[in-house]
Design a protein around this ligand. Structure first.
Ligand SMILES: Nc1ncnc2c1ncn2[C@@H]1O[C@H](COP(=O)(O)OP(=O)(O)OP(=O)(O)O)[C@@H](O)[C@H]1O
Length: 674
């Protein structure tokens, strides 16, 4: 193994970034990128809100109203109960403090006078007990109501999201700038956040009302309690994690250590043993470790915190004690107006008030996220598909019974999300006659599958035109086109359902399975057609030592294992099922046989041709043989262009790209025959 040197450059270092809108901070192995803000914005408390006027506030409030109203309408009674319980939770703390204060005061008065009023003490104890029961019952009720409401909310939005996601076409869903679908879990969290803000505002009103009414300086105490949260939220402590930030591992030695460490996992064991790589990995690992040195890999949050001076912490903590200092100073001037009990009560009120204000302030920055998420949620329904549906039915009076006829006129195409500077398909023109068997060949990345996707109108061309039976493909109804096309691709995906449902309903399933060559695979499996190959599994546990639980867990996690070729047979069976509908007029097999053995591949192609019933068929393949010889037309692609088109004989006679590709394979057989 050749010695390789770990690259020492950071991934951004080489770029000439002429962007001075952000600054970088190195924190151990991390590089933190932070926006540069104006001096003025540093002085103003940062709430991460970017209101651009009343209009925006109005539209935001309307949006949040729509969201809460939609949830309310799901179950008005349950929502009202939840709302009332949250209101109760908002005043519950203040009531508890009031009851405790009353009890303390009654006892203190009795102790000072030497004649405790047993009735008053009993009443205070009873009130404290009632408040305790009320508080516990309230929490218990919230814990019971909340999951029921959560289920209803998530189910409602799950339905909505599923329908909105399923209607998106490929180019639209690949475009991350237009669609940002929030996870349903966050929708519930959003609702909880809004209810939480409401609850805390109610709590704050209750606490302020109560604290202000306290004898001996309630108003002053209320104001002093607000100082610490205000200081810690905005003025003193700049918190980069509430605004925009990016951090990444910029230390490449650290990345190399991590990558080499992965060789010790099971994943690479076979390669390590077969390639005799063990000692090389250890050597490289030690070298990278040495280069890494003692640089810290603690998380960037704590590294950032350790960088700041302790002054904001000191000031914030001291400001939290202002109510205590105030009480101490007041006691000096008017000792008789204060008692230890009143101090304890005021202390508790001040603390509770400070806590509520701190949380409310910290939540202000969350409003932006809440609004963004709600906006994204409703935007999903407004996203327009990039592939515009046509209104011409297919088949129609002009459609040929023999199958779809295609004409490509100077077609060029690039994937919207593609990174290549070159077009994926370049100025491609050709004609595919109805009922013909067409084979597309060409090297990897030459655009074969992309061409198929254009014929299936999974994407639209950038320039040029595709005609189906002489009419632009864009004029047809998409659903009609797709119903008349069968696509069997190399990227086979098994559905997370039973095998029967993977192919179709049970009717005809067995016949289709046989045609796809999947009948034997399925008969080998314990549950036959009811087997789920890629089921959704959610079994968790740790059953160490408990034999029965161990075997239950193992069974729950067990998946039926089939080979890549066997999977391809099952997906092929699904395509045969589509043929049985009688609607198919164009079928494509895009390298569906890459994992099949030669016999199975030959059989598959033969059956596809038979099942196609003479309709237009396209096969994309790297293997030359029966197919290319029988094809009515071969399209040979290279770098996105159709460099040659014609029959096998014509292309062989031309001695160009196709004959070269053919001869490479034929030569291998000729050599092995020697
Ligand atoms: N979804 C996609 N988004 C962006 N680029 C893509 C996408 N699919 C394919 N490409 C790019 O388009 C080019 C042509 O790919 P395509 O799959 O059509 O080639 P191919 O001839 O079928 O290759 P192969 O023989 O390996 O299957 C490649 O450079 C590929 O990276």
């Amino acid at each position: 193994m050749e010695k390789s040197k770990a690259p020492q450059e950071d991934k951004l270092e080489g770029d000439k970034l002429e962007d001075y809108s952000y600054t970088t901070v190195q924190l151990g192995i991390w590089r933190l990128l932070l926006p540069i803000e104006s001096a003025a914005s540093r002085l103003v408390p940062k709430f991460s809100l970017s209101w651009s006027g009343w209009e925006e506030i109005k539209s935001t409030l309307l949006l949040l109203w729509r969201f809460t109203r939609e949830i309310y309408m799901l179950n008005p009674t349950l929502n009202l109960i939840f709302f009332v319980l949250k209101l109760g939770a908002g005043i519950e703390g203040t009531l508890m403090l009031y009851a405790s204060g009353l009890l303390l005061r009654t006892v203190e008065t009795g102790l000072i006078s030497g004649h405790p009023d047993s009735n008053a003490i009993m009443r205070a104890v009873a009130l404290r007990v009632i408040c305790g029961v009320f508080s516990s019952t309230l929490q218990w009720s919230i814990h019971h109501v909340s999951p029921i409401l959560q289920r209803q909310v998530t189910m409602h939005f799950e339905d909505y999201m599923m329908k909105e996601r399923l209607r998106l076409d490929l180019p639209t869903s690949a475009d991350k700038t237009t669609v940002s679908a929030p996870h349903v879990f966050y929708i519930w969290r959003n609702f909880q956040f809004l209810v939480g803000v409401f609850e805390r505002m109610f709590r704050l009103i209750a606490q302020i009302t109560f604290t202000i009414q306290q004898p001996s300086g309630g108003i002053t105490l209320t104001l002093l309690s607000l100082v610490s949260p205000i200081l810690s939220t905005g003025f003193l402590r700049k918190n980069p994690w509430k605004g925009s930030f990016v951090y990444y591992v910029s230390n490449l030695d650290y990345l190399r250590v991590g990558a080499l460490n992965m060789f010790a996992s099971e994943e690479y064991r076979e390669e390590i043993i077969a390639g005799h790589l063990g000692s090389w990995v250890v050597r490289e690992y030690e070298r990278a470790r040495k280069a890494l040195g003692k640089i810290s890999d603690a998380n960037p949050y704590s590294l950032y915190a350790t960088q700041a001076t302790p002054i904001p912490n000191i000031v914030t903590n001291l400001s939290g004690d202002l109510p205590t200092f105030y009480w101490a100073a007041s006691a000096l001037f008017d000792p008789r107006a204060f008692s230890i009990t009143s101090f304890a009560i005021l202390q508790q009120h001040a603390q509770a008030l400070r806590f509520t204000v701190s949380i409310l302030f910290s939540e202000v920055s969350g409003i932006q996220d809440c609004v963004t998420m709600t906006r994204d949620l409703y935007k999903m329904a407004e996203v327009k598909n990039k592939i515009v549906d046509g209104d011409r039915p297919y088949p129609n009076s002009t459609s040929s019974d023999k199958g779809m006829e295609f004409e490509l006129r100077n077609v060029s195409f690039t994937y919207p999300s593609g990174t290549s500077k070159e077009n994926t398909i370049r100025n491609l023109s050709c004609k595919i006659s109805a009922g013909h068997l067409v084979v597309i060949v060409g090297p990897n990345g030459s655009g074969k599958s992309s061409l198929i996707k254009l014929l299936n109108r999974l994407y639209d061309v950038d320039s040029g035109e595709i005609l189906v039976d002489g009419i632009p493909i864009t004029e047809y109804r998409l659903a009609d086109l797709h119903r008349a096309q069968a696509l069997l691709t190399q990227d086979h995906k098994l559905y997370p359902l039973t095998l029967a449902e993977n192919i179709n309903d049970m009717e005809m399933v067995e016949k289709a399975a046989e045609a796809g060559g999947a009948d034997q695979v399925i008969s080998k499996l314990k549950d036959g057609f009811d087997t789920k190959l890629d089921p959704i599994q959610t079994a968790y546990g740790s059953a160490k030592g408990h034999k029965k639980l161990e075997s239950i867990l193992e069974n729950l996690e067990k998946k039926a294992d089939v080979s890549g070729g066997e999977k391809q047979r099952i997906v092929a069976a699904r395509t045969f099922m589509r043929f049985s509908s009688g609607n198919i007029r164009f079928a494509v097999a895009d390298e569906p046989s890459s994992a099949l053995d030669p016999k199975a591949e030959h059989k598959l192609f033969q059956r596809l041709r038979e099942s196609g019933g003479g309709k237009t068929m396209i096969f994309v393949t790297h293997r030359f043989g029966h197919l290319t010889k029988y094809a009515n037309l071969i399209i040979c692609m290279k770098d996105g262009e159709a460099v040659e088109t014609g029959t096998h004989q014509e292309l062989m006679a031309r001695g160009g790209e196709y004959s070269e590709l053919y001869n490479v394979q034929a030569q291998a057989f000729a050599d092995s025959a020697l």
